[in-house]
Write a protein of this length. Sequence first.
Length: 367
Amino acid sequence: MALLKVIEWADNSPNTIVYKIDTRKNVIKRGSALTVREGQVAVFCDKGRMADVFLPGYYKLETDSLPILTSLLSWKYGFETPFKSEIYFVNTTRFAKQRWGTANPIMLRDPDFGAVRVRGYGTYSFRIKDAYVFMTELSGSHSTFRTEDITDHIRSMLVMAISDAMGESGVSVVDMAANLLELSDVVKKSLDKRFEEMGLELVDFNFENVSLPAELEKAMDENARLGMMRRNVDVYTQMAQADALKEAAKNPGMAGSTMSAGLGLGMGMHMMNAMNGGMAANNAGTARKICPECGAQVPADSRFCTACGAGLSGAAGATCAKCGAKLAPGAKFCAECGTPVATVCPKCGAKLAPGAKFCAECGQKIG
């Protein structure tokens, strides 16, 4: 039986959490050296019972350095003869970039879309916080305990916490991508205590993405497309024509009908706009006319301008300013009362409209 003079563990594996020193053919003598490196903890056990725990450092194994084991083995006067003990080294460094993902979709009740199935994935990191609790709760007496021995258990805890966080957030799946950091914090805080109960510490937790069902993404894309169409009909028309040309290129045999449909849609929209504009113009033209003297708009059946009082041609003709009788075209005197037909204002000399009762320039009464 060999003597263990130096006890240490040179960890070369990135995923080993607990490693047991093989002491089946070795015994520990008084004064043996124990080296515990940074990021490690050494645990001595006797017959399955955990005894002394050593933090990073260099130790000479004496009665004073093994108080619990001394008590368990009833060394009243210290140990003089070699003894056997189970020795475990626990890796306390961070186990980073552990992957998580939802094997099955998580059902959420979305305020906008109703019941929706979503998936998510990301990363998390953990470390051993209490080696004594961790060995009691999880690793036990396994000679080697690796990250893959615990990741399934951790993932199930994560998925439950993620489902609760998403369901209670009230955030629409459309806005969830913009709130991943907040969701990550909520999930981590909800799991801190449960990790501590296993002797672990959840160092960080991150969402990388939340994916939606393909049919929902398609509906959202179409909704965005329709919104753009409502904002700009011309842009939508161009898009429809472009889509028609693409389809025609993919299916040469359908080129004629496809192009006709796309171009017809665009032409139809433009024709409707033109017809609406024309009808508006016609309605405006039949309802009003313009005074030739002052340019004001007046009702089409007006005989005089409501703005300047000028007689309007095309109505009932010019009339006498004194008796109101109809004047013959070019008449210089009224045929009824003999009143001269003024052609210029006697006050300012401005040209008068036929039958005018007032001067459009100075307001002088005529006749």
